[in-house]
Each structure stands twice: as C-alpha cells, then as structure tokens.
Design a protein around this ligand. Structure first.
Ligand SMILES: NC(=O)c1ccc[n+]([C@@H]2O[C@H](COP(=O)([O-])OP(=O)(O)OC[C@H]3O[C@@H](n4cnc5c(N)ncnc54)[C@H](OP(=O)(O)O)[C@@H]3O)[C@@H](O)[C@H]2O)c1
Length: 295
C-alpha cells in the first residue's frame, strides 16, 4: 500500500497540476487531492476527522486565499485560512513532511532578484499572512516553504491564473494597462509541479524560491502572451506604476532560484522561453507532457 499524500487546494491552479502530474512524478504516493468540496480547511473538527481517516504521510498545502485583493477586503478570512489553517496542518503533520506555498509577495519589491536570505517586508495583507505562515512552517525541521512567483497556467475553474484573467478581459473588450516598470519572474504551473515533485522525492526541507528564469515587466508578460493569444494585442496599453493611484504595489518581485535549481534534474524555464519552445508543437500551451525532459 502506498502512503497517502494530501494535496490541499486541488481545485485551484497549482494543486490541480500537482494532482494531474502525480502519476508521472509522484508515483510512490496515494495522492488525495482535497478540494473545498471535500473539506473546508478552516473547519478544525472536520480536518481532524479526515486526518484520522486518511493518516497522510505527506501534506502539500496549496489551498489559500490567494488573491491579494480578497485578503485586503477580508483580512480575518485571510488570516483564518492562510495562517490558522496552515498552523493546524503543521501541528497535525508533526514529523511528517509538509510543503507550504508562500509567495514572492513577502518582499516589498524595492530590490528585485531576491534570494532566500534577503529580508522580508510585506506591504499587503496577503504578504503578511504568508510571512506569518512561513514562520510557523519553518519552525519544524522537516517542513518546507516554497516562495512561488506569479504562476501561469490553466485552472479547473478557468479563473485563477493571470493568463486567464487577461484573456477574460480581452473577451469582454476591456483595455488593460500593463506597467512597463513593474517586474515579476513568472513561471508555468507545469514547471512548478515538476519541481515540487522532485523536491519531495529528495526529502528536502527548508526554504526555496521558485520562479521563472526571466525577469519580465507586466507589459513584457502581456506581449509574450499575445504570440499565443493574438486577441489580447489590441487591448494592451503600456503604463507606469508611478501613475497608479491605488494601494501600494511591490515594483520588482523577481526571485533567484539557484538554491532549488541546483537540486533539480531539469532547467527551470522562464515564461518567455517556455512559450517559445511550445510554438508549432501543436499541443496545449499549458499542458506539461510527461515525456518532456527539458522544456
Ligand atoms: N498562482 C500564483 O500566481 C501564486 C503565486 C504565488 C504564490 N501562490 C500560492 O500558491 C498556492 C497555490 O496557489 P493557486 O494559484 O493554486 O491558488 P488558487 O488557484 O486560488 O487555489 C487555492 C485553492 O484553495 C481553496 N481554498 C480556499 N479556501 C479554502 C478553505 N477554507 N478550505 C478548502 N479549500 C480552500 C480554493 O477554493 P475556492 O476555489 O473554492 O476558493 C482554491 O481551490 C497558494 O498558497 C498561493 O497563495 C500562488
């Protein structure tokens, strides 16, 4: 009998990729993908009951209030889910490995190309909840935190990734202002899934950054996507974050991933090179074919 692995947030973007790729990259696990329909992770009694039933030997915790705007609107919910529910899983897991997804948003974005030892300084509630949860997770030597960059892909609900957001706006004929001076290191979700499964296989713990190898401005990200989605082109408009009047935004959240890269059997692709490598291959852009060894 294989040991049970819980993947929370299985109905979301990253969790769904991990479940989908498990047969190839995590074949030693009996993977139980938990969606919100299976369990509300803020309901402690139900989580405890399910834990006793499944006795998971591994937890990959993807479930979260992942939209910064929702965290601003409902900070109590954000704390309950992103911190308290994580604390419960950490305590249940004990000595069993647990992997938690944090975010590049724990940084203030004034520096860019962040490494794991750089000082964190979140400037929004989402980042604050992630920073608090990181501490809880890292207090246990067998647990792992992955600080994830902006992730591209296709989610089961079709409304989770920034690619889906942009395509929806284009479909509604909305114009999108994309900053030329705000930077991220976006990464395809298939790359995330493979890297995570490899890390799990190596029984690694500790803190790792995971983002694409390229630092791209929001506008460059948009332009890259237009090669696959030409319908986006007419709606994109370059802008500057200096003219933005909303809440403060971290300008450069690019991350260096050398620590993780050294452990992996494949190169972590940047979004632009990933997309270029897919041109003319006649397959779904966001799919991760399990035979691909070096995208
Ligand atoms: N995607 C990115 O660009 C990105 C970047 C950096 C870090 N991260 C982090 O990486 C992790 C995975 O992100 P993601 O993009 O896969 O997020 P996602 O698509 O929003 O998925 C999160 C999942 O968690 C579920 N969830 C929320 N509250 C729950 C609750 N009380 N009980 C059970 N399930 C609940 C959501 O269900 P509902 O759909 O019903 O809400 C959703 O299916 C998250 O921790 C996120 O903060 C993501």
């Amino acid at each position: 009998m294989k040991p049970v692995a819980w993947i929370t947030g299985a109905g979301g973007l990253v969790g769904s990729y991990l479940v989908r790729t498990a047969s190839r990259w995590g074949p030693d696990w009996d993977v139980r993908g938990l969606t919100r329909e299976d369990v509300d992770l803020t309901d402690e009694a139900t989580v405890r009951r399910l834990w006793r039933e499944h006795q998971p030997a591994l937890v990959v915790h993807c479930a979260a209030i992942s939209r910064p705007a929702v965290c601003e609107q409902d900070p109590e919910l954000a704390r309950k889910m992103n911190v308290d529910a994580t604390a419960l899983l950490v305590s249940l897991a004990g000595d069993r490995p647990l992997l938690f997804f944090s975010s590049d948003q724990v940084f203030d974005g004034r520096q860019g190309w962040y490494v794991e030892t750089d000082r964190i300084n979140p400037i929004n509630r989402y980042g604050e909840t992630k920073a608090a949860a990181e501490q809880l997770v890292l207090s246990h030597p067998r647990h792992t935190v992955i600080r994830l960059a902006l992730t591209a892909g296709a989610s089961p609900t079709g409304d989770r990734s920034f690619v889906e957001d942009m395509r929806r706006s284009a479909g509604a004929h909305q114009r999108l202002t994309l900053f030329t001076d705000e930077f991220r290191s976006p990464v395809p979700a298939g790359v995330v899934a493979r890297a995570v499964w490899e890390l799990i296989g190596q029984k690694r713990s500790g803190l790792y950054h995971l983002g694409g190898a390229e630092r791209l401005s929001r506008m460059e990200i948009g332009e890259t996507l237009t090669q696959w989605y030409p319908e986006l082109a007419s709606g994109l408009r370059p802008g500057s974050v200096s003219a933005y009047r909303g809440p403060q935004r971290p300008p450069d959240l690019s991350m260096r991933c050398d620590k993780l890269q050294r452990l992996l059997s494949f190169r972590i692709a940047g979004l632009r090179s990933w997309m270029a490598s897919r041109q003319g291959q006649g397959r779904d852009l966001w799919d991760y074919p399990t035979t691909d060894l070096n995208p």
